[in-house]
Design a protein around this ligand. Structure first.
Ligand SMILES: *Cc1c(COP(=O)(O)O)cnc(C)c1O
Length: 387
């Protein structure tokens, strides 16, 4: 029997070399040689005005929340179908996360539900580009603009994804990237905040928040002769060692994306025909105006019973699969915020009936054939015997 991991990191080959070089350069703290390299790489590749590398997407989201001065009494609309970090960034400021539905096609924020949840207190919206396929940003931007609401893109899944030619993370006021070990391009822990404004004051405020409330960034650029404590802040900058690792990954961004695309297309090609069966409802579709980074591959089954059946069977065959986000509104913390599980039924249904398949560059053709063969057997069993 084969043993197929759900996720494996891909190493480009230059990681050790760059880490060793970072060690030899002797600066292990933040904003060194490699941090500069990766931020410039991202700015150039994705045509971004300002990128500040962070210790995680969680921290990038926290920075964005502070940059728009979120506070108690404010509300921020976001999909319930996301990771805890999206909501934590808001809660930490005293503001309230307001959970909205996603749409069935891409599991992304439903613009209509976003609009219906706007109140006089709404200060921001956080669209999450799920699985690397961008939200409907044109609609979301229109609604946000009309209502004077900030947009913070949670692009943790979507580094190297595009919407109408624009990079994920470049379309809102702020964008947040993740380079966590589970994402496409990794530094283990790591992220970036994108500031889509050339307003000097705003960029400076971000630098200060990121550098323990000091103007050390200005000092490092030689703009001032000593640095000082000038405002509120924390420490959100990653070690240059991690950024050395990340550079080696980003240099292979096109290769990694291509490998993932091939797997994604292989799955789609072999699973499409089962959409005629009533137990398989959805496989991912990338709309014409979007480019994916192929972060995830998923199936949406008819119900939880069928999903759990397939998951158990695949596991028995050595194939690790996973479901995904447990809806935030139905979590213990969501309940503390006053939500009830029944509040967002579509989100509940998606979370309960979706299954993710392995997708990473290390999967061989034999692995993929094995996964499809086993899935086909399970599908046949469901068709003939039912679940
Ligand atoms: C992974 C993830 C995050 C958090 O990323 P970190 O870099 O691990 O902090 C935030 N939002 C979403 C949607 C994620 O999937």
């Amino acid at each position: 029997m084969r043993k197929i991991d759900f996720h494996k990191i891909y190493l480009s080959g230059n990681e050790k070399k760059y880490i060793e070089d970072a060690l030899n350069k002797g600066n292990l703290s933040g904003d060194g040689f490699y941090t500069k390299k990766v931020s410039e790489f991202l700015e150039n590749k994705f045509d971004l005005i300002k990128v500040l590398m962070t210790t995680s997407a969680t921290h990038a989201l926290e920075m964005a929340a502070q940059l728009i001065d979120l506070k108690e009494g404010d509300e921020v609309i976001m999909p319930s179908f996301s990771f805890s970090s999206t909501a934590n960034a808001v809660i930490k400021t005293g503001a309230k996360p307001v959970f909205a539905e996603v749409k069935l096609n891409n599991f992304n924020l439903d613009p209509a539900d976003f609009e219906s949840k706007i109140t006089a207190r709404t200060k921001a919206v956080i669209p999450v580009h799920y699985a690397g396929i961008s939200c409907e940003m044109k609609e979301i931007k229109k609604i946000a603009k009309k209502n004077n609401i900030y947009i913070i893109e949670d692009a943790a899944h979507a580094v190297n994804s595009f919407y109408q030619g624009k990079a994920a993370g470049s379309m809102g006021d702020f964008g947040c990237y993740s380079f966590h070990g589970s994402k496409n391009f990794v530094s283990g822990e790591g992220g970036a905040i994108i500031i889509n404004s050339d307003q000097h004051k705003l960029i400076e405020k971000a630098e200060i928040i990121r550098e323990k409330g000091t103007n050390r960034s200005s000092f490092l650029r030689g703009e001032i002769d000593k640095y000082n404590w000038v405002g509120k802040g924390s420490s959100y900058l990653p070690s240059d060692i991690l950024m050395a690792l990340l550079l080696a990954q980003l240099e292979q961004i096109d290769y990694i994306t291509k490998q993932r695309r091939q797997i994604f297309e292989f799955y789609n090609q072999h699973l499409e025909k089962f959409l005629n069966e009533d137990f398989l409802e959805i496989i991912p579709q990338i709309p014409e105006d979007r480019q994916s980074n192929y972060h995830l591959y998923y199936l949406k089954l008819k119900n939880q019973k069928i999903r759990d059946f397939i998951l158990k069977k695949l596991r028995k065959k050595g194939i690790e699969t996973a479901f995904h986000f447990q809806p935030l509104h139905a979590s213990p913390m969501g309940k503390k915020l006053g939500y009830q599980k029944r509040d967002l039924q579509l989100t509940n249904d998606i979370a309960a009936s979706m299954l993710r398949l392995p997708i990473y560059p290390g999967l061989s053709a034999a692995d993929l054939n094995y996964i499809i063969a086993e899935l086909r057997n399970i599908f046949l069993e469901i068709k003939q015997a039912g679940v």
